[in-house]
Write a protein that binds this ligand. Sequence first.
Ligand SMILES: CC(C)(COP(=O)(O)OP(=O)(O)OC[C@H]1O[C@@H](n2cnc3c(N)ncnc32)[C@H](O)[C@@H]1OP(=O)(O)O)[C@@H](O)C(=O)NCCC(=O)NCCS
Length: 198
Amino acid sequence: MSAEAIERGEPSGERDGVGDGGITYVSYGGEHPLPLVMSLVDEELSEPYSIFTYRYFVYLWPQLTFLAFDPKDGKCVGTVVCKMGEHRGAFRGYIAMLVVLKPYRGRGIATELVKRSIQVMMESGCEEVTLEAEVTNKGALALYSRLGFIRAKRLYRYYLNGVDAFRLKLLFPRPDPGLHPMMLGNERDDQHMDSPYL
Ligand SMILES: CC(C)(COP(=O)(O)OP(=O)(O)OC[C@H]1O[C@@H](n2cnc3c(N)ncnc32)[C@H](O)[C@@H]1OP(=O)(O)O)[C@@H](O)C(=O)NCCC(=O)NCCS
């Protein structure tokens, strides 16, 4: 799919398309939309991520990054950025960033973005999905709770702003042994093992 088409919010494949509410969802398609992802996340999340962090995620797992566009004006209004890999003998998905612009919130856009990435994780053989959220982030905690995530752990002063995090976890049924997981690297086993900084 061309960069211009991505900017216009046109569907690029079977994972893309128009969701409820007229929003168009597209999977990541190359270098061009990276500034879109970066500006959305920089605007709304407290953690300052470098371009290397963004590249790490979207270049290695482009199929796990989704963008939401308002087709009325082609504006990018939301994004989810994820990865997957081996952890303690299990194949695990990880949601690194999730943002929806304020005027577009409360319309199910974040839910749709997360569901799309989780679907790819499941199809790729993941057994579980994890993420961290600030303990004060009521909106995100409610959203993930509705999607079936449980609070697995509290991480003391996890964020640079000193706020604690909850590690949230979603468990899948055991994967089909016929599926071949796309594994990329091992992860360290400490409380920041999934930090986007690593
Ligand atoms: C969290 C965020 C992504 C939610 O986006 P959204 O598109 O509004 O979420 P949805 O419309 O899919 O919400 C689904 C459910 O989550 C819960 N929820 C979402 N935002 C909420 C809020 N501010 N307060 C309470 N519950 C909320 C609700 O249960 C909601 O369902 P409902 O509208 O039927 O009640 C958005 O507020 C955001 O970008 N926040 C800033 C960045 C951020 O905190 N990201 C998460 C980091 S872990």
